[in-house]
Design a protein around this ligand. Structure first.
Ligand code: FRU
Length: 492
């Protein structure tokens, strides 16, 4: 290291030291964790020069949120990640208060441009302010623009905030122009997403307000994403502090708005709104367009409420969700684990047409590394109302997934999953039997469960603090119930 190392060089040195001490065994199998320290939002999710790049909000020096850096990892299949050196540290006047969330886009000359929120620390009379910055590089080292911040509050019409102005998501249009969806908080309309445009990434013009929360869906709208999918335009946002309403739970939510984008008038018409994820731990997702045309999403498997009380038992804290393929079907956003997961399948166990009643295990179906699909097949007129699945079970723990087949409701309940905290442990979500079938697909990766209901119509993502030795899986119903189960163990 040089005699007068820069803040970034110091972080990179610290990472090199830590990397030698940390064992991969402690980490989840395929969910990304920070190299060391703390992680929140996925950032700069892109496909660049033959690899996926995923950056993340990062505080290397502790397992708590702190001055924000950008951590970095690359992968060929979205499941096996290789750490890269820290990409950004808060080391200039434009971002001394932190390098907050943002995105990445390839420039016409083949370099990678990171677009992020620079936080300028509070002065004696002012609160800290937020503005948008860029850094350009080769996929490993990035140089911050001397013109940062390239977008400031003064570029926006009246009424928008300089204190809540963050999380730019940038892409390039077919005509070569850069576009950006960025979160802001308007004096009257509260959380909003703004659309900006630029020829060169340096000079930006405000185009329009894409949508606003109108005080109905939370407060500030964080981490927007905006893209076409299956003939519809999709807007993703993560509102802070939502009231419970419709299918949305209270707190830090994830919202998907489907609508029509009219390019001529630059207007977005809202058609349908739904939660992205119904679980206890999911926030701030970001998507990438894969080279084969798939739209793939990863979220932070946590949120600002749940992370406060969570155990910090590893040298790092937090993990990303599984990568998911998105699609729109019949006016709904649907999700499925990326198909690459099949490359991890081993020791597949099939149980076809099993009738269950009293709590039972199925031979070969146990463990904490698994991709399992259970089809419940209640016959017409069946007396069965309730099906109960326990995972991560031993004599004193279990995580329960309870289906009320008559009401079409599922309860995810980790109350007995090992937590000692007085926080929410349950979620209720719609899960309807359709054409005689209800499908539950579960991804288990040590300390997490991701549940995809009816081919990803609804998803429930949650961390479980249950000791890893609890690996039994049981099936029970209140009256005989026909089901099939296909369990793929995952290759460690
Ligand atoms: C979302 C968020 C972003 C911000 C970042 C800071 O989780 O609050 O709005 O850029 O985290 O770490």
């Amino acid at each position: 290291m040089s005699k007068n190392p820069t803040p970034l060089e110091r972080v990179r040195e610290f990472e090199r030291e830590q990397a030698l001490k940390l064992s991969a065994d402690e980490r989840p199998l395929f969910h990304l964790t920070p190299l060391v320290g703390w992680m929140n939002d996925p950032n700069g999710f892109c496909y660049y020069k033959g690899q996926y790049h995923l950056f993340y909000q990062y505080h290397p020096f502790s397992r708590q949120w702190g001055p924000m850096h950008w951590g970095h990892a690359v992968s060929g299949d979205l499941l096996h990640w290789t750490y890269m050196p820290c990409a950004l540290a808060p080391d200039t006047a434009a971002d001394a208060g932190g390098c907050f969330s943002g995105s990445a886009v390839e420039t016409p000359d083949g370099r990678l441009m990171l677009v992020y929120t620079g936080v300028q620390p509070a002065g004696t009379f002012r609160r800290e302010t937020q503005a948008q910055c860029i850094a350009i590089g080769d996929g490993k080292d990035f140089e911050k623009s001397l013109l940062n911040p390239v977008i400031r509050h003064c570029h926006l019409p009246e009424g928008y905030s300089e204190f809540d102005f963050r999380d730019p998501k940038v892409w390039r249009e077919a005509n070569g122009m850069y576009r950006m969806a960025v979160g802001n908080r308007h004096e009257e309309r509260s959380g909003t997403v703004l659309l900006m445009e630029s020829k060169d990434g340096l000079e930006w013009n405000y185009i329009t307000e894409i949508d606003a929360c109108r005080k109905e869906y939370g407060r500030m709208w964080e981490c927007p994403d905006f893209f076409p999918l299956d003939g519809t335009q999709v807007l993703l946002v993560s509102p802070q502090e939502m009231h419970a309403r419709e299918e949305f739970h209270a707190g830090f939510g994830t919202v998907c708005i489907l609508g029509d984008w009219n390019e001529k008038d630059c207007r977005f018409e809202r058609k349908h709104i739904q939660p992205v994820d119904h679980g206890l731990n999911f926030y701030a997702p970001q998507t990438v367009l894969a080279p084969d045309g798939r739209r793939i999403m990863i979220g932070w498997m946590d949120n600002w409420e749940t992370c406060k009380e969570a155990p910090r038992r590893h040298p790092w804290y937090a993990q990303m969700s599984a990568p998911r393929e998105l699609r729109v079907e019949k006016g709904r956003l649907m999700q499925r684990p990326v198909r690459e997961i099949e490359t991890l399948w081993q020791d597949t166990v099939l149980h076809d047409s099993v009738t269950v009643k009293e709590e039972t295990t199925l031979p070969g179906v146990q463990g904490r590394l698994m991709d399992m699909t259970v089809n419940l097949l209640p016959s017409t007129g069946s007396a069965c109302r309730r099906f109960t699945l326990h995972v991560a079970k031993d004599a004193s723990h279990y995580v329960e997934i309870r289906c009320d087949l008559a009401r079409g409701e599922l309860v995810f309940d980790r109350s007995h999953g090992g937590s000692h905290r007085d926080i929410a442990h349950t979620r209720h979500v719609k899960a309807e039997v359709r054409d005689g079938k209800l499908t539950l697909r579960l991804l288990l990766d040590k300390e997490s469960v991701e549940l995809f209901i009816n081919d990803g119509e609804r998803v429930v993502t949650s961390l479980i603090p249950t000791p890893l030795a609890a690996e039994e899986i049981t099936f029970a119903a209140d009256a005989p119930l026909l089901l099939s189960a296909e369990a793929h163990h995952l290759k460690a």
